[in-house]
Design a protein. Sequence first.
Length: 213
Amino acid sequence: MSFSEEVTADGRLAALVERIRSCRLCAEQPQGAPLPHEPRPVLRVSSTARLCLCSQAPGTRVHASGTPFTDPSGDRLRGWMGVTPEEFYDPRRLAIVPMGFCFPGLDAGGGDLPPRRECAPAWREELFEALPNFELVLLVGQYAQRWHLGKRAEKSLTATVANWRSYVAEGAGAKFLPMPHPSWRNNHWIKRHPWFEAELLPYLRREVRRLMG
């Protein structure tokens, strides 16, 4: 790609991100109940990042701050990846693209609702076409795994994550690494599946270091 083509591509990406940040689909054209608060799309992308983190959707703290993973889950995730906060929040090296860009609200039990259904169909394909340099995409949670793996995903998150070697061994294009969510709610899952920390995390840290430099 020539310098002029890079400038054009960067301009198109910037324009796309601006459109996403201005999106109000879930408030004005909802599929079901409208978003219960003002939309605040959260994502971090650049044309140079080779590593992408696909999570679920912002929580209450992220909705307030506008910065992804500013919570204990983020601390654990950065530990899994073996990165500092400065590295994690450098969009030149790591893109963060949740399945839903806005905080979806809370359910009756006080937990986060699933990502809004409007978001991924409206933006995901166009955004990933504008980000062709990804070599590894971390699929954190079942929503990201089902979207990006499609029929290749197993019936459960556990089975999909356990099958991680087959996904990273696939051919050309970005490789996908499925992972559980770093929430404290998954402490029991992590204890019941010691292979996650013993086998998957060392691979993750090596690849993160290679791709982030």
